[in-house]
Design a protein around this ligand. Structure first.
Ligand SMILES: *Cc1c(COP(=O)(O)O)cnc(C)c1O
Length: 458
């Protein structure tokens, strides 16, 4: 019995040399096909011996091997359709790059570039200099440099100015943002001692001044990017903090989080702190992300006084946190788009989605609803409704942007199950669940086909 079962299964060698897998060997290499065939035959043998499976033909076994090869060689990083409405969604890669930035990345990837060489003199250059001029122009700062991300920028600035010293920060600004960035922990890792002042809802100038000692290295201010404190509140504004710093000869470091290079109200959006305002107010160093409102690649940007930025540049940590050439290429190309702010709404995907007209979103929602009704089977109901999208990435906290969502419900399946069905699509479609209902927010969806075409009939 046992012998019969085992005899019914071809050997690995027979299977690999058979007609079906010959072709596969050309595509995937013989050793990879052999590896996949070994795994398939072993699992089939186990299943047959335990009675869980009937004998399979060679054709069926080959098909299983090819399936396995396809899974094995499929990229782990795949395109995901963002129907969450969250424009800067950290889990799916935050800002989508502009075409210009994507092309710059491709160029830098495929060729040598003048990353650290001054082409006019042939001498060694600084990689930061490729973007410093643009950053100075758009922020009004006398100097700028870039690192891996904003968390790195904060760490580096604090380490440079305050290692072994105290950094004073308001209790109202001890933020935690997603992905394990907790300010108290970053301050600690920067080698500074955190000196908290004030209370959760109210901090006054006198709280800062009475905490300043011989051992103070810097005053720190963080933009409370993912929450707002409302009600009986008081905070010391940046300008006032700078005045306190000047009296005591202490620099002010501000973590702006998202930090916009342009005034968003110009595009009909809620106000978000503008980096140039912080420079005007006299901050010594300002840090912000490249892949939040700026709409570029993951990067941490540091702008501020020349003497302070020079100190940051000389810090050995800067080398460990440096930005790579692909990111720099994307960042430069993104910044170049800001040279024409009249067209920014078309050229920069992040801004385009933020400022997307409601009638355009609604037209898309209706089209998607129509196509989905035709595609989804019995028991489903599809409606278009008002909803609110968020910017994400700690940008524009507390501001929902009016949007249109396609709500999908089913007489038996719950929102979780519907969400899993859409995620299993190729490419996966990520919606959001609101009050146990599954929604596809159209603000972040480019075209109807993206959420419908490949969806198999349900
Ligand atoms: C997002 C954010 C950070 C972290 O920035 P990353 O670029 O994700 O490292 C730090 N501080 C604030 C206030 C933020 O909003």
């Amino acid at each position: 019995m046992r012998k019969d079962i085992l005899r019914a299964i071809p050997s690995i060698d027979e299977l690999v040399r058979g007609p079906d897998l010959k072709e596969a060997c050309r595509t995937f290499s013989r050793s990879l096909v052999t590896e996949a065939a070994t795994v398939v035959i072993e699992s089939v043998r186990t299943d047959m011996l335990s009675g869980r499976r009937e004998a399979l033909s060679e054709g069926e076994l080959s098909a299983m091997v090819i399936d396995r090869l396809n899974v094995l060689t499929r990229p782990a990083m795949r395109r995901v359709i963002n129907a969450t409405g969250t424009i800067l969604h950290t889990n799916i890669g935050r800002a989508v790059l502009a075409n210009e930035a994507a092309e710059a990345v491709a160029l830098a990837a495929r060729s040598y570039v003048n990353l650290e060489i001054n082409i006019s003199t042939g001498e060694r250059g600084e990689r930061d200099s490729l973007v410093e001029g643009l950053l100075m122009r758009f922020t009004g700062a006398p100097a700028a440099c870039v690192v891996n991300n904003n968390a790195a920028a904060v760490l580096l600035c604090l380490n440079t100015l305050g290692e072994g010293k105290e950094v004073i920060v308001s209790r109202g600004e001890l933020i935690e943002i997603g992905g394990s960035f907790r300010l108290p922990e970053v301050i600690k890792k920067s080698g500074c001692v955190m000196r908290e002042v004030g209370t959760t809802n109210r901090t006054h100038a006198s709280d800062y001044t009475s905490a300043i000692t011989q051992n103070t290295g810097a005053l720190f201010k963080a933009h409370t990017s993912n929450y707002t404190v409302v009600g009986f509140t008081a905070e010391v504004g940046l300008k006032e903090l700078v005045d306190i710093g000047r009296k005591h000869n202490l620099p002010v470091v501000e973590d702006l989080g998202s930090g916009s290079l342009v005034d968003l109200t110009r595009y009909g959006l809620p106000a978000e702190p503008v980096v140039s305002d912080s420079i005007k107010a006299g901050a010594g160093l300002v840090t912000f992300s490249g892949d939040k409102l700026l709409g570029g690649p993951q990067a941490g940007i540091i702008v501020g006084e020349k003497a302070l930025v020079d100190m940051v540049r000389k810090n050995p940590l800067k080398r460990a946190l440096r930005i790579d050439k692909l990111t720099l290429a994307a960042l430069e190309a993104t910044l170049r788009l800001y040279l024409n702010q009249d067209t920014l709404c078309q050229t920069l995907p992040t801004l385009r989605m933020l400022a997307r007209p409601l009638d355009e979103i609604e037209a898309l929602a209706k089209e998607v609803a129509r196509l989905l009704r035709a595609r989804l089977g019995e028991g489903f109901s599809v409606t278009v409704e008002d909803a609110a999208s968020v910017a994400g990435g700690g940008s524009l906290p507390g501001h929902g942007l009016l949007t249109k969502a396609v709500a999908i419900t089913h007489i038996q399946k719950g929102a979780d199950e519907l969400s899993r069905i859409f995620l299993a699509n190729d490419p996966p479609i990520l919606g959001r669940i609101n009050k146990d209902r599954f929604l596809l927010d159209m603000r972040t969806v480019e075209k109807a086909e993206d959420v419908v075409i490949s969806l198999s009939p349900l």
